[in-house]
Structure formats: C-alpha cells, structure tokens
Design a protein around this ligand. Structure first.
Ligand code: PRP
Length: 214
C-alpha cells in the first residue's frame, strides 16, 4: 500500500481531486470527520492529512512514501526528498510587498517580516542588501501596516490580501506550484507503484493543459 501525505486545506482539496481523477480516490476522505488517516484497499492507497508545511517532514522521514508540497515549502526547508513532478496546481508567487510609496533607506538594514526566512535571506544575500528578519507565523501583511517591518516576503495568489491592506508587490522572487515528492528509500521498495502514480498524474496534467489549449 502506498502512503500519501496530503496537505490539508485549499491546496489539499485540489490535490485530492486530481488524485481521484486518476484512480486514487478515497470517498471517505470527503466526509465531515476529524479522522487523519484514510485507506482505500482497492486502490492500494493510504492518505494522511497533514499541515501543508509538515508534508516534507513526513516524506523525508519515510512516514509517508509520497506527498504533495508547495515549491515554497521545499525551498524553505530543503528536505532530502525526490521531487518527481510539477502538478501545475496551487500556482502563486513569492514576492516582496510594501506599503504604497515605500522607499528603501539604504543607510540601515531593511526590516523584513516573513514566514519564509531562508527564502528571504537568500533573496537579499544575492542583492547584497543587509536585512533584519522578523519571523511571523501568519497575517504577515499586518507587519508593515503597524511599522513592525518595512516589507514582507510572502505568498501572493490572487493579490486580494495585499490590495485590501493597501500593500503592493515591489519585487517578484519566485513562481510557486505544488510538487509531487517521494521518499528516496520508498522509491527503491515501491518504485513501480510510485512511478505508476506519477505517470498517471503527468498524463492527466498534460490532458488538462491540452484541453485548455496550452
Ligand atoms: C496566504 C499568504 C497571504 C494570502 C495570499 O495566507 O500568506 O496572506 O494567502 O493570498 P491572496 O493573494 O489570494 O490574497 P494564508 O491564507 O495561507 O494564511 P496565513 O495568514 O496563515 O499565512
């Protein structure tokens, strides 16, 4: 049986629909329950529902054979996993944002609020800009509004959160999308099962992009 770490929430719903469309459904998962483990013996799949940023931890440690994680999480935590496929869903971008009219004062370190400390550090190291990191865990957009930081480094999907808080994108850092990842040892023991899953997902994504005329 193949164990799959599935991110809970917005991304997880899209990922599950994609898995279901290629024969890895588990209808019980859609029910209104607090269960975290779901099995479908017929399809040979067992799902674990985990916090999106924890997916690579389960996969890296072999608690799950495969999982789906955003590129943001993979770049931030650099887990030792194999990245098998860009699923093309959960598309968004990592960006620097600030209040309207913000001007960087180069005579002092730039104060950067973010959940993505490593991505932010790498971005500013490339530019040789000295920074002070303010690590937050959510509602990052508040930091520049309250004068806690000069800018934020965060995910922008529709741009609504920035707009409604009078912030704007100053710089794009990276495009983000969801990736299928695998535990390296599982790829040896369950190589055929993992390759079959990745192959079916790849074919479904290609069919979908042809359908959209891409
Ligand atoms: C993410 C991100 C932004 C928002 C961007 O937050 O941190 O706040 O989504 O989406 P938008 O461009 O479509 O408005 P999330 O909803 O994950 O909550 P968080 O505050 O806990 O980070």
């Amino acid at each position: 049986m193949l164990s799959v770490a599935l991110p809970k929430g917005r991304l997880g719903d899209k990922v599950y629909r994609l898995l279901e469309s290629v024969g890895y459904g588990c209808p019980e998962l859609l029910g209104d329950s607090r269960k975290l483990v779901f099995e479908n013996e017929e399809n040979g799949v067992r799902y674990f529902l985990v916090k999106p940023s924890d997916v690579p931890i389960y996969v890296e440690n072999g608690a799950a054979d495969v999982g789906v994680a955003g590129r943001d999480i993979l770049l931030e935590y650099s887990p030792v996993v194999h990245e098998l496929l860009d699923l093309g869903i959960g598309r968004c971008r990592m960006a620097v944002a600030a209040r309207e009219g913000f001007r960087d004062d180069l005579t002092r370190p730039l104060r950067v609020a973010t959940k993505f400390v490593e991505i932010a550090k790498r971005h500013y190291a490339k530019k040789n800009r000295e920074i002070e990191i303010i690590k937050l865990y959510g509602s990052i957009e508040l930091a520049p509004l309250l004068g806690l930081s000069d800018v934020i480094v965060d995910i922008v999907e529709t741009g609504t959160t920035l707009r409604e808080n009078h912030l704007h994108v100053c710089e794009e850092i990276l495009p983000i999308s969801a990736r299928l990842i695998a535990n390296p040892a599982s790829r040896q023991f369950l190589g055929n099962e993992i390759a079959e899953l990745a192959g079916k997902l790849k074919a479904a994504i290609e069919r979908c992009s042809v359908g959209k005329g891409n």
